[in-house]
Write a protein that binds this ligand. Structure first.
Ligand code: FES
Length: 171
């Protein structure tokens, strides 16, 4: 007869590959240097950093959830909210900023009725700022899903969103 050492009542909700990755790393020296790679794995697996996952990772690495959040919030890549099916990135780099990115972002937020960092109720869109995406000659740049839009003006935003399924009207 064989016995198993795993507990079937585990309440862990971390994706298995993330848990295994983290457990392997925390056994190594300078384990905390693997915190960010672990968060990358989690973000790739789940799409964002959920609070319960952050708590589990904090426990594994022997830090507090606030410390994990502090580290993650330093990097733009990490998100604490689920992204929409069509994530929208408005470049906030210098060239885009100078050429009106803030007005474009404001128009997108007004049309979708969400703030930067939020997701629409239907889960279709989410908005996140982005640092220079390397296409400054096209500033201001907006990326919706996989499509890049350059020289964007606020007047173009509604049609751009409609290409991706936006149906609402500006109120
Ligand atoms: S600053 Fe926006 S693409 Fe470079």
């Amino acid at each position: 007869m064989t016995t198993q050492n795993t507990c079937s009542c585990s309440s862990s909700t971390l994706p298995e590959e993330v848990r295994r990755f983290a457990e392997d790393r925390v056994a190594q020296s300078r384990a905390r240097s693997f915190l960010i790679p672990t968060l990358h794995k989690l973000q790739n697996a789940v799409g964002y950093l959920r609070d319960d996952h952050i708590e589990e990772i904090a426990e594994l690495f022997g830090v507090t959830p606030n410390q994990v959040k502090g580290v993650a919030s330093f990097y733009h890549f990490f998100s604490f909210e689920p992204k929409g099916a069509c994530p929208i990135s408005v470049c906030t780099g210098t060239a885009c900023h100078v050429r009106g990115a803030a007005d474009v972002l404001a128009k997108i937020m007004k049309l979708l009725k969400i703030e930067d960092g939020e997701r629409t109720e239907d889960g279709l869109f989410s908005i996140g700022g982005a640092r220079c995406v390397g296409m400054c000659a096209l500033a201001p740049v907006v990326i919706i899903g996989e499509k890049v839009y350059g020289n964007v003006t606020p007047d173009q935003v509604e049609d751009m969103l409609k290409e991706h399924g936006f149906k609402g009207d500006e109120t």
